[in-house]
Design a protein around this ligand. Sequence first.
Ligand SMILES: NC(=O)c1ccc[n+]([C@@H]2O[C@H](COP(=O)([O-])OP(=O)(O)OC[C@H]3O[C@@H](n4cnc5c(N)ncnc54)[C@H](O)[C@@H]3O)[C@@H](O)[C@H]2O)c1
Length: 395
Amino acid sequence: MTCILSIFQSFLHHFEHKYAQYQALYIHFVIKTAKPLFCCIFVTILEKDMKILVTGAAGFIGSKLAYRLAQRGDEVVGLDNINDYYDVRLKLGRLTQCGIISHSGRYIDGSIRESTLFPNYRFIKMDLADRGQMAEFFQQEKFDVVVNLAAQAGVRYSITNPYAYLDSNLVGFMNVLECCRHNDVKYLVYASSSSVYGMNDKVPFSEDDRVDNPVSLYAATKKANELMAHSYSKLYGLPTTGLRFFTVYGPWGRPDMAPMLFATAISKGEPIKVFNNGNLSRDFTYIDDIVEGTIQVIDRQPVAEQCPNNVPWKVYNIGCSKPVQLMDFINEIETALGVQANKIFLPMQQGDVLKTYADTSKLERECGYKPTTTLHEGIDKFIEWFKSDLNPLKP
Ligand SMILES: NC(=O)c1ccc[n+]([C@@H]2O[C@H](COP(=O)([O-])OP(=O)(O)OC[C@H]3O[C@@H](n4cnc5c(N)ncnc54)[C@H](O)[C@@H]3O)[C@@H](O)[C@H]2O)c1
């Protein structure tokens, strides 16, 4: 892209020079106006035409991101191992929404499936931790941008299944970094998490705060990803941006997270578990705001000269900046469902934090991020989907 732009700029420069001798002010004016305009159009065309790998493409955030990128015209390849950490029907349903359809519900490792909805979207079932397959795949495809969202998510599961986090979040992420390095990938965006703030009790959480006190192995692996990315940005000049997502919710959300757990239990007339006696707050962020913010970050890669120590590495908080008390959140779900919850109050769980609250001013300033969905609107949309036939887990 840089090469084409510089050829184009020297072409304009040549004309500027040629006409300068006639002192034709109007031509000069036209060129001065046309130059930024043409550059802008060129950049836009080239940026929209990127080949992007989205890992975790059967996941909650990845499926929606892949959909939006394919919709705007990028060439998109989705990757996921479709593991059974939670009900696979949800993952298959998300893929179907993107036109990736398997009538048998089976996908063969390493085989590519084309979207019936977008000619520019293909999906491959693959495990990030499979070093050989990943290396071969990257070499064949030659991506411009990689967005790594595949990971073993969930704070509580890391207490009982620590090795799942090492395999996907450390070995898998290492493979992504190595594949980017060896295949001339121009930019890596990856999912970090608000959980890196751990025991931080200063709010709102800022990217400048120290994050050395994780309270779960999950958080430790996400912090490790930020450090690993930094070393690759420094050593090999690979531009990387980590996104610290804050409690994402919405249609097609994860069944291990509060909105689905609560909505399912309330609908079945079962009690809901309210930890720390309800004295928790979370910066709930609607899925569409997360996806739009991620796209803004994809379109704006860090430039070494503008980063500390000339390392093209960034991390951003991406949240709503409006923390909600757990009891208020439950109240919104009760109202949307029209049913009162039977609540069981329990002590704080291991690995949990008291509150999360994102300072998103950096992302706003540098990329123009502005979440627009209120909790009320977001919960309404979530419950509408939850009660619809689209929800494969509808109670
Ligand atoms: N949802 C949130 O609130 C939230 C908050 C903070 C961070 N994150 C991070 O954002 C990313 C996306 O989260 P999500 O909510 O969409 O989770 P998700 O579990 O719905 O999606 C992750 C996807 O990655 C796939 N995957 C896991 N390990 C893999 C591997 N080794 N190889 C290939 N695929 C693999 C899973 O099958 C899944 O479909 C994750 O990295 C997560 O840690 C999410």
